[in-house]
Design a protein around this ligand. Sequence first.
Ligand code: GDP
Length: 434
Amino acid sequence: SGIVAIVGRPNVGKSTFFNRLIKRREAIVDAVSGVTRDRHYGKSDWNGVEFSLIDTGGYVVGSDDVFEAEIDKQVELAIDEADAILFMVDVESGITGMDEDVANLLRKVDKPVFLVVNKVDNAKRAADAVEFYGLGLGEYYTVASMSGSGTGELLDDLVKALPEKEDVVEEELPRFAVVGRPNAGKSSFINALIGEDRYIVTDIAGTTRDAIDTKYNRFGFEFNLVDTAGIRRKSKVKEDLEFYSVMRSVRAIEHCDVCLLVLDANRGFDGQVQNIFWLAERNRKGIVILVNKWDLIDNKTSNSIKEFEREIRREIEPFVDVPIVFISALTKQRIFKAIETAVEVYNNRAKKIKTSVLNDTLLPIIEQNPPPAYKGKYIKIKYITQLPTPQPQFAFFCNLPQYLKEPYRRFLENQLRKQFDFNGVPISVYFRKK
Ligand code: GDP
């Protein structure tokens, strides 16, 4: 596991390569949720090792015509946040000044760096590629993003260089990650909870602070709050912050149990917030949505809450039973309610339903609403068990699992949600051969 960042100047083929690695998985997610996904972050795996992939180029504004300074920033961010870096260059254009700049930054890094020479699709180009030794980064890998050739060899070595998957330690405290866009009020929320100014919170985007995990005890329940607003750099333009917050969110989300997704009520559940939401969903983490700065909304009625909720739930279909709490970090309105809800979601995620209860509850429902026959073949679900995983996964054993389709899978997921409380928790349903 780990985070892999792809860096390099524009038009060397970063996004083609990125899409090739994540394509299959993303397509599946799309079919299920029908959402617009963010195209710069995805999960991939190779030889059973899963990793997150970030196309940093996607976060640079106007990436067709980027200034060198932008690329440098992008690389710095990748160096800070990623576990391994793929530096892509283009054999067609050879070494450019920008490539040299990037190489200078990467030479000093003590993280694994893979120099990837793209567009190598014939013997001549393979011979041309030797020029890239000149970047002083040692061995390189040749690939052709378009066809995918050379990818296997690179990935073999890449996954070997990634950190081992962390073992889940039983005693470890639950981790709640506070995520969201810059200035949504994440730090203010944490400060309000802790009741002291651990950080200086200002309106100025880009204030430097320390990253911090705060151990917190409430309702006799101990947990870690992870603040992604933590590290920030001085005097960065807004776009950088956005990118940076995404990078930090990726890591925080991967290492948490429940995400507290903070959004600014004035800005709503916009595209960037949605990206973070689906990031959490794809990682199968518990989610609570906190609509912050509720104090700033004028003429509040019970309808304004309902209206706001409706809008969010429309965007997150079909995963609609996510708790939404309207808070104000400023006035401390409902901030403890937010934590209480996170604890509930945490418990929902850890919930284990006995096989007997599952079967007694669901089999009669299935009998009433059996899966449609497929080409005259009768599909029978025989029994159900919950798998012993940290997050809820259910196996439905049946005679012909391959003929069970998405609508029926969704029906079963909805039944699980209806019969047992899984608010805020993504659940997985699998069909297995009896
Ligand atoms: P972060 O980047 O998500 O950590 O956001 P901050 O906590 O730094 O907050 C950004 C700005 O929003 C600061 O000026 C805060 O004072 C302000 N702010 C945060 N929460 C609230 C709130 O509930 N109500 C109001 N009115 N302002 C808030």
